[in-house]
Design a protein. Structure first.
Length: 358
């Protein structure tokens, strides 16, 4: 009978909740992002759970932004509601169940895994509420900043050809900051808070983390042009298009081959500069933190490999079908990360080979 009594103690209840939290998070991650799940598995356990949970929160925001089931004005209203909730929570305020339920009102949880996660965001916020306070505040603050930007970009005007696009490179930078630079800041603060990192290196990490995020997201905005166009939007700058005599509409027409190739070449050059910063960022993380360095290196190598495919097929990248790397390439780059990520010399040498050789 003694063991039954022990099972009902607060300590046992807390352990059971912790196990259930991990089960909830670990169940969703591979369903909503295979690429992120691939990288995050390398994080040490004590950091992995908080990053898993933070990612799912960001995914909830993404689903609200992208969901065809939520109309434009309502989309913006829900994002603003989520922004306000996160801002209040970051300052120690409560997360009210009624406010959370409004995020997924009238959502079909059976449509896909993303919408199922959105419909269970109440449980996700319970998991978030049991993270260490220092981590929770970081996550709420930067996720709130992300959502603020998402709400802003729901108002992009459509061009004459009926497709929304970003105005200029500054707007491209701002969009990528909100979507990915905020994640760079969030992860950097979580890493610095968890591990002892020299002050000068920590300061440089904070200087580079936005560019790291911009590099990964800019690769995404380039490779996703064909699929984004189907939703009536292209997350690329019209001013750079214009320099090459292109518009969002003509970008889909292979007869403008020479202009498209020059346009893509300029975009790729900008993205490479950000990935250079991402590699420098990774070299600043102490080499004994092997799991953290793997977590950082895998997405950079995958982004670099994707850029090489885009360079090899620039017209297809804009006109479709989307240019992607295959499973063998993913496995190859993951193995390369395992081999090179723990050594700054090998890491930089392999990256330069990826960057500079066909």
């Amino acid at each position: 009978m003694f063991w039954i009594y022990r099972a009902s103690t607060p300590k046992f209840t807390a352990m059971r909740k912790a196990d259930n939290d991990k089960l909830f998070v670990n169940n969703f991650i591979p369903k909503v992002s295979r690429t992120f799940a691939l990288a995050i598995q390398f994080l040490p356990p004590r950091l992995r759970h908080s990053v898993f949970t933070a990612y799912l929160l960001c995914r909830v925001a993404d689903t609200i932004e992208d969901s065809p089931a939520i109309g434009g004005p309502e989309k913006r209203a829900r994002l603003i509601r989520l922004r306000d909730m996160l801002g209040e929570a970051a300052n120690g305020g409560p997360l009210r169940p009624d406010d959370v339920s409004l995020l997924y009102e009238s959502i079909d949880s059976n449509s896909d895994h993303d919408h199922r996660l959105l419909s269970q965001s109440g449980q996700l916020f319970e998991v978030l509420g049991r993270l260490p306070e220092s981590q929770r505040i970081i996550i709420y603050r930067w996720a709130g900043e992300m959502v603020r930007g998402m709400a802003e970009f729901t108002k992009l005007p459509k061009t004459d050809d009926g497709i929304s696009a970003l105005k200029d490179q500054a707007e491209w930078d701002r969009y990528c900051y909100y979507v990915a630079g905020t994640v760079g800041h969030m992860l950097t603060e979580l890493i610095i808070g968890e591990y002892e990192i020299a002050d000068d290196k920590a300061e440089r990490l904070l200087e580079l983390c936005n560019s790291f995020g911009l590099g990964l997201q800019k690769v995404n905005t380039i490779k996703d042009v064909p699929s984004d166009r189907e939703r009536g939007i292209i997350f690329l700058p019209r001013d750079i298009m214009g320099r090459h005599g292109l518009t969002p509409e003509s970008l889909s027409q292979s007869r403008f081959k020479d202009s498209i190739e020059a346009f893509v070449e300029e975009l790729v050059s900008i993205a490479w500069n950000h990935l250079d910063d991402a590699i420098e960022y990774t070299t600043l993380v102490p080499s004994h933190l092997k799991g953290v360095r793997m977590f950082l290196t895998v997405p950079v190598f995958l982004a670099a490999a994707t850029l090489k495919e885009i360079v090899a097929h620039p017209v297809q990248a804009m006109t479709g079908p989307p240019v992607k790397i295959g499973r063998r390439d993913v496995a190859r780059q993951t193995s390369a990360a395992a081999l090179h990520s723990s050594s700054n010399t090998r890491l930089v040498k392999y990256y330069q080979r990826l960057r500079n050789h066909p």
